[in-house]
Design a protein around this ligand. Sequence first.
Ligand code: NAD
Length: 327
Amino acid sequence: MVFNKYHQEDISSLAFLVTGGAGFIGSNLVEYLAQHQAGKIIVLDNLSTGYIENIAEFIENGQVEFIEGDIRDYNTCVSAMQGVDFVLHQAALGSVPRSISDPIATNDVNISGFLNVLQAAKESGVKRMVYAASSSTYGDSPSLPKKEEVIGNPLSPYAVTKYVNELYADVFSRTYNFHSVGLRYFNVFGPKQNINGPYAAVIPLFITQILKGESPVINGDGLTSRDFTFVSNVVQANVKALLSQNLNKHEVFNIACNEQTTLTQLVSTIASEVNSPVQASYVPERKGDVKHSLADISKAKSWLDYQPETLFRDGLKETISYFKAVV
Ligand SMILES: NC(=O)c1ccc[n+]([C@@H]2O[C@H](COP(=O)([O-])OP(=O)(O)OC[C@H]3O[C@@H](n4cnc5c(N)ncnc54)[C@H](O)[C@@H]3O)[C@@H](O)[C@H]2O)c1
């Protein structure tokens, strides 16, 4: 993907570490940094859910130094951090259902691994770490749209881990003066998202099923809604959060588009984009899923100058073209 430029600063002398940089969001961040001639780009990833192919061209042309390693190992985090100015922390085990079937693995990576990355960044003199937080932190809070300061009880082990990340980052800012920003992503989609395995996200799953003429299965009555966010908006938010001059030591922002789309609308939009007669079938709701999710993004707009550029429909078209070429 060709990214617009979201920063004014000269980044050619700065070093960036992207954890989870072989994954969906991480590899899009790597692509942005490579397109805009970042001084040094290091990726730390254990390839558990990510793919080396996502960043192979940047490893081959020498723009990316790839470390195959695990954030659950503290020494690995420390050695990846040498000479690094900024950390974009994306490595985690995503998926609410995965966390329900294996809460211990999710906890190990998302909490212990997160703490390793945070501590290593602090000890290595990193200037700021921007980390992937999650809209799942809103849990059972009924209020819509979601505002950063009003959260409910977590509905899954995954949501617990993402909230704990925010608590640790906040404590590190007050205890050690360490600077970080949490970005609560809302259902991100776009090129390079994983379509394999039982925990694939709904947009790549539905696109590939509809392209094959298969009927997508919706959990629930189809009125479940999400604030689907095209990945270039998430890249923009990360870059702005990393380099912004006017932030406190720790802040959390919603990153989304402030657009609400139901799952039934999602299926019919994909089907009409690809001229398919396919219709969804419906099964009971899944545990841990929230019914509605819609972000208030005014804080990111005013503090980070964040402006979602590619809204749901255009992002979906771009994503469909991408999957048409790879499926
Ligand atoms: N995709 C979304 O809609 C969404 C929404 C909210 C939050 N997030 C968060 O954004 C981040 C990136 O998500 P994504 O969608 O790109 O997922 P992804 O699975 O594509 O990327 C995660 C990457 O982390 C790597 N990883 C996992 N465990 C690791 C470990 N122990 N050590 C080193 N690397 C490890 C994986 O191999 C993968 O490359 C995650 O923290 C996720 O929780 C994603």
